[in-house]
Write a protein that binds this ligand. Structure first.
Ligand SMILES: Nc1ncnc2c1ncn2[C@@H]1O[C@H](COP(=O)(O)OP(=O)(O)OP(=O)(O)O)[C@@H](O)[C@H]1O
Length: 486
């Protein structure tokens, strides 16, 4: 199978040298990701496109390649094509006829051609010749140039003819690593998932910083979100997931800071910690999911005061975005379900939060705060390669991969989303399978018979392990993970 990848227009508008650099990075990103599904994948860079060739005919590999290309930043769209050699115009017609014969009955159609290289014919001449031939020698309802039922797309490149079978939309944006690195402050809510995605899509290498306010359960949830974003959109590059235990800082704020200023002071502590981490790891900017007016700390006056404690640039890509648009985007990128089920770990909830804090007063409140507490939690931060989230979870919850080793009365819980379950159902001969999508597990697990043992199942074993850890934290000792034998 073959795909022709078209570059995002903002890349093609760049100068020759920049365009070349961006295209090379995109080529390497595509190779990095697709290599996982087909070790022999070929990714060839041409001036205005990248040609991806796989010798596999496996439909599963095809859908993995298509999904991966659809989630790779820097691609405007890509064509799924069949390649043919040709010698003259008539042969182009014959090849097209063979491919479309029998598929045009009762349908109006038109032929569209894109051509590059030297030929004795123009694109329009090919459209007329092939269209005329098909009109005369196939069953069809006639040529229609505007809004036909079927558009037959051909790409001619030198001596090669590509019959376009499908045009897949891409993500747009810039290839990852064409821009600098950023540190995304991620909470597991709707906003920070979307702001992280926007920077990934715009070509930044996005690392994650998480302030833990709710113990292992909070960390497990946020790791899931970060891992999902990385795996779906950014897995061409290694990134860091950094966690800081913020409980001692919150306790200090609750004890020393007046209720009305706790929100602003907490955010300033976030930014001080983020600034220190960004400097330590040489990361150029922080990213937050803040939007003006969304909560009391997000007024312009308060945001200005929050900015003052950081030397590192703070980016707020959602600053003027409406909440509903953020939620819609979160659903599209697959973080909405996580956010919906993530409890609010607010840290501090003021009864009368100030919307117009004064700098003098904030400094006065912070004068009571023991900054050695903040220094200690920053120094004790934990950093993992995001790929190790998978390995970590694996060590903490071992999985059972052979059906014969399952306890006789063990029940498998398929936690994949409904669409995934339908696309590849889990068939178990000897054991009962129940379906509870991962985002309902927290609320529904305790309604199951707790005398039984449950083994969670998902495609890659990441989500199931993290969910098993989560349930264990909730006091359930009857949970494990099941892996399909490979
Ligand atoms: N526990 C946390 N760890 C890391 N960053 C955080 C945390 N809590 C908040 N942030 C950062 O601060 C921003 C504003 O947080 P806040 O809680 O005020 O708003 P929010 O609308 O609830 O954000 P979100 O939907 O991302 O949780 C978040 O978008 C995120 O970037």
């Amino acid at each position: 199978m073959k795909f022709i990848v078209k570059l995002f227009p903002e890349i093609t508008m760049k100068s020759k040298s920049v365009r070349k650099r961006f295209s090379k990075i995109l080529q390497s990103n595509i190779r990095n990701v697709l290599h996982r599904y087909d070790e022999d994948i070929r990714v060839r860079l041409e001036w205005d496109r990248i040609v991806v060739t796989s010798r596999s005919e496996d439909p599963k590999v095809r859908s993995q390649l298509v999904d991966a290309l659809k989630s790779t930043p820097g691609i405007v769209h890509f064509l799924e094509v069949k390649e043919h050699a040709f010698e003259d115009l008539h042969q182009i017609y014959e090849i097209t006829h063979r491919a479309w014969d029998g598929k045009l009955s009762d349908k109006t159609f038109c032929v569209r051609v894109k051509r590059s290289g030297k030929h004795e014919f123009t694109s329009t001449e090919v459209e007329r010749y092939v269209g005329g031939g098909l009109n005369q020698y196939t069953e069809n309802a006639g040529v229609r140039l505007k809004n036909p039922d079927i558009t037959i797309k051909l790409e001619i490149d030198g001596e090669k003819l590509y019959l376009v079978e499908e045009v897949h939309p891409g993500l747009g944006g810039f290839p990852i690593a064409t821009q600098e690195s950023v540190l995304s402050l991620i909470s597991g809510g709707f906003d920070s998932g979307v702001s992280s995605y926007q920077l990934i899509k715009r070509g930044a290498k996005v690392h994650y910083l998480f302030f833990n306010l709710g113990g292992r359960t909070h960390e497990v949830g946020v790791k899931q979100v970060a891992h999902h974003l990385w795996q779906r959109f950014g897995s061409s590059h290694r990134v860091k997931f950094i966690a800081i235990d913020f409980d001692p800082v919150v306790t200090e704020i609750l004890e020393k800071v007046d209720d009305s200023h706790m929100g602003v002071v907490l955010k300033r502590m976030f930014m001080r910690a983020g600034d220190a981490i960004a400097q330590q790891y040489k990361i150029q900017a922080m990213v937050t999911g803040e939007a003006v007016g969304q909560v009391s700390s997000q007024t312009l006056v308060n945001l200005g005061l929050i900015d003052k404690v950081s030397e590192t640039l703070i980016l707020r890509p959602l600053i003027a975005t409406d909440k509903q648009d953020i939620i819609d985007c979160a659903k599209q990128i697959g973080t909405g379900d996580f956010a919906e089920t993530m409890p609010e770990y607010c840290g501090v909830i003021s009864k009368r939060p100030t919307v117009k804090a004064k700098e003098g007063r904030v400094l006065e409140e912070e004068a009571h705060f023991d900054f050695s507490v903040l220094d200690t939690v920053i120094a004790e931060h934990r950093m993992v390669d995001i790929r190790d989230i998978e390995r970590e979870a694996e060590q903490e919850v071992p999985s059972i991969a052979v059906e014969s080793e399952l306890d006789d009365d063990a029940i498998i819980v398929d936690i994949r989303s409904i669409e995934e379950q339908e696309a590849s159902p889990l068939a178990m001969e000897s054991h009962q399978v129940v379906h509870i999508p991962f985002f309902r597990l927290a609320s529904q697990f305790s309604t199951l018979d707790q005398e039984k043992k449950y083994l969670l199942y998902c495609d890659r074993g990441v989500m199931s392990r993290l969910q098993a850890l989560y349930l264990e934290d909730q006091g359930h000792s009857n949970v494990g993970v099941y892996r399909k034998p490979s």
